[in-house]
Each structure stands twice: as structure tokens, then as C-alpha cells.
Design a protein around this ligand. Structure first.
Ligand SMILES: *Cc1c(COP(=O)(O)O)cnc(C)c1O
Length: 240
């Protein structure tokens, strides 16, 4: 690991932490209420190792193969929690259930079933000791191609998740539609989260906000901002 890269990441992390604290103060919230989730996709495991040395323990990844390689590479680091934040194929669910602490991108009953099977197997063979935390990804536009469950189908999917073996329904996640006003999108999301909490009071996590819109997300109740670019720089490919 190069000292230059370490210094660069340390500076960026300091800036992002300060920015997040300011966003919390401006929103009248406690900084401790909002978790910073560094997104390490497309960046080498050595960058995650630097972030770990700076106190980070949670990392977001969006592709199963890349993630499982990093999980293996960093398995000497105690206490790391890996988050799957990208769209997930059912045939990868079993692998993800072996390494993920939380999946942020669950949007169908079939995926719930596949993750449940994988988590039950991982619990019984000792690959995991706690249920897999599941966030339901909500679609805030009418485009089903971009992933996410339509709001009308959320209550049913939440009940399904809450009763599935090996899983714990932990909350919601969303990405604002391209070109949309993030304030409007996050306001809709926070309303859906309030409704979810009536029936599922433990589903307190709201995963919302990225490099470009974290202030808006914090104003609307985010408890977890997923930040890649502001910490590690721009990615070679940004489609996911
Ligand atoms: C890549 C990604 C992020 C990080 O986005 P930045 O704009 O780089 O901070 C956040 N959430 C999801 C779902 C992602 O895929």
C-alpha cells in the first residue's frame, strides 16, 4: 500500500466525516445517528485496508465476485461488516449469504427466498452466526429496469422478509431516479419508511444518500449514507 494513497484517503475520509457531521447538525440531528458506509466497489482491497486502519469497519460492494475476492483478501481483519448494495441475481444469493452482514438491494420475493435458503445454510454450517440483515430497495420511479420494488408491493414483500428463515428485516434503501430532485425522492422514501415502521418497528435502517446527495438524504431521515466517489475518487465504470 502506498503512503501517498493512504494520505489521500485519510484526507478524503476526514472531509467526508466533516461533511456528514455538518449535514446532521444542519438537519438538527445527532451525527451518531447516521452511519458512513464507504463503498469500495471497483477499488482494490488495499484501499479498504487503508479505510480499516482509519477506523472504518463497514464496506459496500456491488458485485458478488469482486466482493467475495475482497472478503477473502481481508479476512485477517477482525470485525469487518460487508454490505451488498448492488442489484443481485438469485444465483448469487447463496454466495452473498455467506459473506454479507447486510444486503441493501432486495426487491423481490424470489430473491428473499433465495437469500433465506442461503442464510439458513450459512447459519447451520457456521459461515455466519447472525441472521442476514435485509433492506428492501424501493423504486421511486416507474422504471422497473432500475431495480427496486414498487411502493404498492412493499408491505407484502416486508411481511415475506420478516417471516423468512435466516433473515432479519432491517429497513429500506433507495437511489433517487436519474435527474430527479433528491429532496422529493427522499421525502417519498421517508414516508414509506414511517409506514413500514408501524408494522415492523425493528426495521429502523434507512439507507439513503451517496456522494452527490447525502445532505438531502440526511434531512429526510437517512441512517446510512453510501459514499464511494468522495472517498476513493471516480470509478472507471459508473453504471452500477
Ligand atoms: C456505487 C454506489 C454508491 C456510491 O456512489 P457514489 O456516488 O460514488 O458515492 C452508492 N449506492 C449504490 C447503490 C451504489 O451502487
Amino acid at each position: 500500500m502506498s503512503d501517498d494513497r493512504a494520505a489521500q484517503i485519510a484526507t478524503a475520509l476526514g472531509e467526508v466525516r466533516a461533511r456528514l457531521s455538518r449535514a446532521c447538525v444542519d438537519a438538527g440531528r445527532e451525527p451518531a445517528e447516521v452511519q458512513l458506509l464507504p463503498v469500495t466497489k471497483y477499488f482494490p482491497a488495499s484501499d479498504a485496508r487503508i479505510l480499516y486502519s482509519l477506523g472504518c469497519r463497514d464496506f459496500g460492494e456491488s458485485r458478488e465476485q469482486e466482493a467475495s475476492a475482497k472478503v477473502r483478501e481481508l479476512d485477517d481483519l477482525p470485525g469487518v461488516r460487508w454490505h451488498m448494495i448492488g442489484s443481485l441475481q438469485r444465483n448469487k444469493a447463496r454466495a452473498v449469504a455467506g459473506w454479507a452482514h447486510t444486503v441493501h438491494s432486495v426487491d423481490s420475493g424470489r430473491l428473499v427466498e433465495a437469500l433465506s435458503k442461503g442464510a439458513v445454510a450459512a447459519l447451520s454450517d457456521g459461515a455466519r452466526t447472525e441472521p442476514l440483515r435485509v433492506l428492501l430497495q424501493v423504486s421511486l420511479d416507474a422504471d422497473p429496469g432500475r431495480g427496486g420494488v414498487p411502493p404498492a408491493e412493499l408491505p407484502e414483500l416486508a411481511r415475506h422478509t420478516a417471516t423468512a428463515g435466516g433473515l432479519a428485516l432491517a429497513g429500506l434503501m433507495a437511489v433517487p431516479p436519474l435527474g430527479a430532485d433528491p429532496d422529493a425522492a427522499f421525502e417519498t422514501l421517508s414516508g414509506l419508511h414511517r409506514e413500514l415502521l408501524h408494522e415492523h418497528p425493528d426495521a429502523t435502517t434507512l439507507s439513503a444518500g451517496m456522494t452527490g446527495d447525502l445532505e438531502s438524504a440526511v434531512r429526510h431521515g437517512s441512517t446510512c449514507v453510501r459514499v464511494g466517489t468522495a472517498l476513493l475518487g471516480s470509478r472507471p465504470i459508473t453504471s452500477d
